[in-house]
Design a protein around this ligand. Structure first.
Ligand SMILES: [Zn+2]
Ligand SMILES: [Zn+2]
Length: 142
């Protein structure tokens, strides 16, 4: 995987399409309550990029939702697929839902965050490190 890797992705109905250039900053599984609900799934897997790395090639139907103060999540207004996260705690970054990548196997999650809020059946012995909260919080052993 080189620095010049370009990844593409988008929503289920293809109304929203993006291109992400270069190496992601990080890839994590987030178990926080908000991500769980926003994803409608056991947890959300995020691929972190700098804003400048991501271009939306089709986004007329990309709708924003301010899920909490300083946090903007976007989704497709047609098919409902969650697409992105931007937060004041991550200045200059844009996080994409890994499941929206055309080739999700091209990224590899390195750890779990917010495991203090995880549902028990969503955590498996995958050998990855686990943080009880967000970035900088304590690691627990699996
Ligand atoms: Zn869509
Ligand atoms: Zn989260």
């Amino acid at each position: 995987m080189s620095e010049t890797t370009t990844r593409t992705g988008g929503c289920l109905c293809r109304a929203v399409r993006y291109r992400a250039e270069g190496k992601p900053l990080w890839v994590v599984h987030c178990h926080c309550v908000d991500c769980r609900r926003a994803a409608g799934a056991a947890f959300a897997t995020w691929v972190g990029y700098r804003n400048s790395q991501v271009t939306f090639e089709s986004e007329a139907k990309r709708q924003r939702y301010d899920s909490s103060p300083g946090v903007v999540r976007t989704f497709c207004a047609v098919c409902g697929t969650p697409i992105s996260f931007e937060g004041d705690k991550f200045p200059g970054e844009l996080h994409l839902m890994a499941g929206t990548l055309d080739e999700p196997s091209s990224v590899t999650p390195t750890h779990h965050v917010w495991t203090s809020e995880a549902v028990p059946w969503a955590l498996h012995a995958d050998g990855l490190k686990r943080r009880l909260g967000g970035p900088g919080s304590k690691y627990v052993t699996t």
